[in-house]
Design a protein around this ligand. Structure first.
Ligand SMILES: *[C@@H]1O[C@H](CO)[C@@H](O)[C@H](O)[C@H]1NC(C)=O
Ligand SMILES: *[C@@H]1O[C@H](CO)[C@@H](O)[C@H](O)[C@H]1NC(C)=O
Length: 283
């Protein structure tokens, strides 16, 4: 059963590892200004797209009518109007089918306790940060107690919550279009992971991100990432879009390296000690 222990951990971890192999760690995420700036081609596509989907968004949230929301689907589909429309409609269908709007009203207290994360910090550009430590996330517990599906839903909740935070900031007039994820991989151990059976769950989650929250990640940063994890990378490579690949920033255990990166992105008072910051730990 030792292999089970970290099985689910792959879900979270594998997402973040593609980056190692593409060797582009110095790439910095696009700024909100860039994200909000439309090329002439994008503007042209967006103008058409807005008209196309207008009738179908009539009874939907206001944020769904905003340019920055609509452009996500176009960019994910290289400005192909039909494909972007299908993608957006699939998203609406999925949100209804799984009652994603209601996800935040559910009682998650058990999950908050077993799978702690922080969402109360912001990067230098004002983007909300979700941060968690793998060592806190005991996936075996979820599997053993029949909560695997619940854990997936909880992870969707985190995606949706971060996205809502961005949309809220926009409504307040802030130039924030994306969120960031920080992940401390310390404690991860590939040897213990018989990962074959975790891949379906993993790809479910990555696909949920790609399909329903496309382009919302400015950066997904892992620190203290074991090099052995690259094996997983090769398995999951096909799942990622180029955009997601670019947002992945994978750092190993070399503290100087990830510190240099994080110092450029997030002030120390917005980082908990495990990320080299001065913020008082919450757990
Ligand atoms: C937000 O970005 C846009 C586009 O770059 C710019 O025109 C606007 O002044 C910015 N607003 C704020 C509040 O910084
Ligand atoms: C942080 O999480 C709590 C609990 O889910 C939520 O109520 C709050 O809105 C979140 N804050 C942000 C900035 O996402």
């Amino acid at each position: 059963m030792g292999g089970m222990k970290y099985m689910g951990s792959f879900l979270w971890c594998a997402i973040f590892l593609y980056y190692v192999s593409v060797n582009t760690i110095s790439v910095v995420g696009i700024s909100a200004a860039q994200d909000l700036t439309l090329t002439p081609k994008e503007l042209q596509a967006l103008t058409k797209f807005r008209e196309m989907v207008k009738p179908r968004l009539e009874n939907e949230h206001d944020y769904m009518k905003s340019d920055i929301y609509l452009i996500r689907w176009l960019r994910a589909k290289n400005l192909n109007l039909r494909q972007a429309e299908n993608m957006l409609m699939e998203n609406l269908k999925w949100r209804k089918q799984y009652n994603i709007d209601g996800i935040h009203d559910e009682d998650w207290s058990d999950m908050f306790q077993d799978y702690p994360y922080t969402n109360d910090t912001f990067d230098l550009a004002g983007r909300p940060i979700g941060a968690f430590s793998l060592s806190d996330w005991d996936f075996r517990k979820a599997i053993a107690s029949g909560k695997q599906v619940r854990l997936f839903r909880f992870m969707i909740k985190l995606l949706d919550e971060a996205t809502n935070a961005v949309l809220r900031l926009q409504q307040e007039g802030k130039n924030v279009t994306q969120w960031k994820v920080l992940m401390n991989m310390e404690g991860f151990n590939l040897v213990q992971h018989g990962c074959g059976s975790c891949l379906p769950g993993f790809s479910y989650f990555v696909q949920a991100y790609e399909n329903y929250y496309p382009g919302f990640a400015d950066a997904i940063v892992t620190i203290n990432t074991p090099s052995a994890f690259q094996v997983v990378l090769n398995l999951v490579r096909p799942v990622f879009t180029p955009q997601t690949r670019e947002s992945l920033k994978v750092f190993g255990t070399n503290r100087a390296q990830w510190m240099a990166y994080l110092d450029k992105e997030i002030s120390k008072d917005q980082r908990y000690p495990e990320y080299g910051g001065t913020r008082k730990p919450r757990f």
